[in-house]
Unconditional design. Structure first.
Length: 188
């Protein structure tokens, strides 16, 4: 698992000075994290999810979908690049030409060996703290997706553990009518 690269609390200004080296740089609670470029299977799964959500949004004008790298600036000390985000029209005022300043409706992270613990741990806490409505944790090794949804009293709770082997499909109240068969998300 990638560890923070510094103990000095970094800001968004510091983030803007980081090298454009093809790696994912993120700052969480002022800590700098670096992740290598994703593997082929990661990209195939991401492409499939993006395809389904984008196609749905073309038919139902509910918002926009973005792929990484795209900065989500939660605070001056919290800048991440989720694999995929959905932003409803109701929250479109958060979108700037350079980034998204605030919580998207949906955040998707695809696990890799270097990010598995971070995605399930500190990133989940970050998304809870900044009130993301829904968080999908995609495991390309297990052909599985955990769906976490914001509870009325706060925090994210797992509402579904979907598996390709079980013939499950992914849906969300954020995009009513979207049905994504997992056997079309995970390549054979």
């Amino acid at each position: 698992m990638a560890e923070p690269t510094t103990r000095t609390k970094l800001t968004y200004e510091d983030f803007l000075e980081l090298p454009d080296d093809g790696r994912r740089h993120e700052i969480i609670d002022g800590e700098h994290y670096v992740t290598p470029s994703p593997a082929a299977r990661h990209q195939l799964v991401l492409g499939s999810l993006h395809f389904f959500v984008k196609a749905f949004l073309r038919e139902h004008d509910l918002g926009e979908v973005f792929l990484s790298p795209f900065d989500v600036l939660f605070s001056d000390f919290d800048v991440v690049e989720p694999d995929l985000i959905y932003l409803s029209h109701e929250r479109s005022s958060l979108l700037t030409a350079a980034n998204l300043r605030g919580a998207p409706d949906l955040v998707v992270e695809i696990l890799s060996p270097g990010t598995r613990g971070r995605d399930r741990g500190i990133k989940k806490k970050l998304y809870e703290r900044f009130e993301v409505s829904e968080y999908w944790i995609v495991d390309p090794e297990a052909d599985a997706i955990d769906v976490l949804r914001r509870r009325p009293q706060g925090g994210l709770e797992r509402v579904a553990s979907l598996r390709r082997a079980a013939g499950d499909s992914l849906s969300t109240p954020l995009l009513p009518g979207l049905e994504v068969p997992l056997d079309e998300v995970f390549p054979s």
